[in-house]
Design a protein around this ligand. Structure first.
Ligand code: PMT
Length: 223
């Protein structure tokens, strides 16, 4: 039996895509299935944590023993996460949050019309960056979905968003990133450690993320 390494800790995990409405029948989204975030929530639960899973729309069942909060938009995810932040010990943001949403949301289905339709987009709030600014004693873990210069861009995000740890995945590599059951991750920590992992199941990757995070916590306590 595994040692429950996170007993008494409150772990907040975000997973899945967000959906940004255009009208009652149309929306913008991305290819996130939620598998990576759900595997993290499941692993945290197995490690003895109290787990809140804030999830965009996915087809996945809620892992046993985990409390799920369902959201649709980036704004709803922001509100749900900040509502859980004050007493959280660890926040892990595996969700693929939309960076843009339609500026105008039609209350009725927009009718087909002759000619083109240009949709103006505005920025959504950067949830992780906001948490990084509000952070007290919480440990903040972000993801970086990159298709080039993976480590360099991930290191920049770690710094810019005031994270403790970032999990970079090269979404251009086969077997990594969105949708599938596997991922290829590189973990960077705030104290300058970088570790590259081979192709792993998302469950195994989740386990490695906690291994690295717990090591980081130990180093913090010693310094
Ligand atoms: O769900 P799966 O199909 O299993 O796929 C897993 C995954 C590819 C979605 C996952 O491994 C992953 O990489 N998630 C992060 C995707 C992403 O949006 O990356 P990003 O580099 O654009 O964002 C960086 C970080 O900021 C992420 O932690 C993201 O949650 C966060 N963010 C982004 C935008 C925003 N408005 N608010 C945020 O908090």
């Amino acid at each position: 039996l595994e040692q429950p390494r996170l007993k008494g800790k409150k772990v907040v995990v975000t997973a899945g895509p967000t959906q940004e409405k255009i009208d009652p029948v149309r929306y913008f989204t991305n290819h996130s299935s939620g598998k990576m975030g759900y595997a993290i929530a499941e692993q945290a639960q197995r490690e003895g944590a109290d787990v809140i899973l804030i999830s965009g729309p996915t087809a996945l069942p809620c892992p046993k023993g985990v409390k799920r909060v369902a959201v649709e938009t980036a704004q709803e995810m922001y509100e749900a996460v900040t509502g859980q932040f004050a007493d959280a010990d660890i926040v892990i943001k595996a969700a693929a949050v939309a960076d843009y949403r339609p500026k105008e949301v039609f209350t009725e289905k927009r009718k087909k019309q002759p000619g083109e339709w240009a949709i103006e987009m505005e920025r959504t709030i950067d949830i992780l960056k906001t948490l990084g600014e509000q952070k007290q004693s919480q440990l903040l873990v972000g993801f970086a979905a990159e298709s080039e210069k993976v480590e360099e861009y991930a290191a920049k995000k770690l710094e810019a968003k005031n994270l403790d740890l970032i999990v970079a995945n090269d979404i251009s590599a086969s077997g990594a990133g969105f949708k599938g059951d596997t991922n290829i991750i590189t973990i960077l920590t705030r104290d300058g450690k970088t570790k590259q992992y081979p192709l792993l199941s998302k469950q195994e990757a989740a386990r490695r993320i906690f291994d690295e995070l717990l090591d980081y916590m130990k180093r913090q306590q010693q310094s």
